[in-house]
Ligand binder design. Structure first.
Ligand code: ATP
Length: 245
């Protein structure tokens, strides 16, 4: 993995909400053919950074640069709380998204099969459980085969088997050459699939590297131990940025 494969780049990103600064000078690259994991405590700025990478909001400072091919869809995105327009079935919903990116509607079932949701194809989206809605969100993020797929907490709300399955999907996408960025609190699963890890704490990138590099740098034998050393402080308190916590 070298910078030659960097497809998405964040340079000196600052993000403020009003007077509250939640990201400070964050720089990172996302590589093709690799899973990059973004980890950090609640409120550390992961979703804010991810939404910026996905082009959903402008940073206060710095810039995001996309270096990839000029495809119909460049970045697929799973939001932290996916929701779909009621009144349509699962397959109709995915067919809508495939049509939107100019892909073949007949491919919709393939995207559903990949996330294990084919049996729910004819179910109305409002009848899906929380976990099934997230799986549909992951399928939606891959529609049109974008070269970058960004998944905000893909394992959240899924049972242990399905969360392992979605991390395996992320690894498979990377094996196919896609740049995958995911955020997660499931450190054991991150450790299993991530090629590169970004550790965000209190709005700053405090560590980054491969699992092996982080183990060796922080003299740690697990990602959990890397996390605890890198994040430090009181792990049982949410640090509310801009407030005294
Ligand atoms: N729209 C907003 N307006 C004001 N503050 C916001 C907004 N969105 C997020 N924040 C604040 O920015 C900080 C970072 O939030 P963010 O959602 O990026 O963190 P996170 O690392 O994704 O957290 P979690 O792991 O809990 O999902 C938090 O203090 C949050 O309250």
């Amino acid at each position: 993995m070298t910078d030659d494969t960097a497809i998405l780049e964040a340079t000196g990103i600052d993000h403020d909400y009003g007077t509250v600064s939640v990201l400070q000078d964050v720089s990172a690259t996302i590589q093709s053919g690799a899973v990059t994991a973004l980890i950090g405590p609640n409120g550390s700025g992961k979703t804010t950074f991810i939404r910026g990478l996905a082009g959903l909001h402008e940073p206060t400072g710095g810039e995001f640069t996309y270096h990839g091919p000029d495809t119909a869809r460049q970045i697929g995105y799973l939001p932290q709380h996916p929701s779909f327009r009621p009144g349509f079935t699962v397959i109709e919903t995915l067919q809508f998204y495939t049509a939107l990116v100019g892909a073949d509607e007949a491919d919709a079932m393939g995207y559903l099969e990949r996330v294990g949701l084919a049996d729910a194809a004819d179910r109305p989206v409002e009848a899906l459980s929380g976990g099934m809605t997230r799986l549909l969100g992951i399928a939606q993020a891959t529609v049109g085969d974008p070269p970058v797929v960004i998944l905000d907490e893909p394992g959240s709300g899924l049972d242990p088997g399905m969360s392992m399955h979605v991390f395996d999907i992320a690894a498979d996408l990377a094996d196919d050459g896609i740049a995958v960025l995911l955020s997660s609190h499931y450190l054991e699963l991150v450790e299993r699939v991530a090629d590169h890890v970004l550790v965000l704490s209190n709005g700053q990138l405090v560590e980054q590297g491969s699992i092996e590099q982080l183990h060796s740098k922080l003299d740690a034998d697990s990602l959990r131990s890397v996390y605890e050393t890198a994040v430090g402080g009181d792990l049982s308190t949410v640090h509310v940025q801009g407030e005294r916590a």
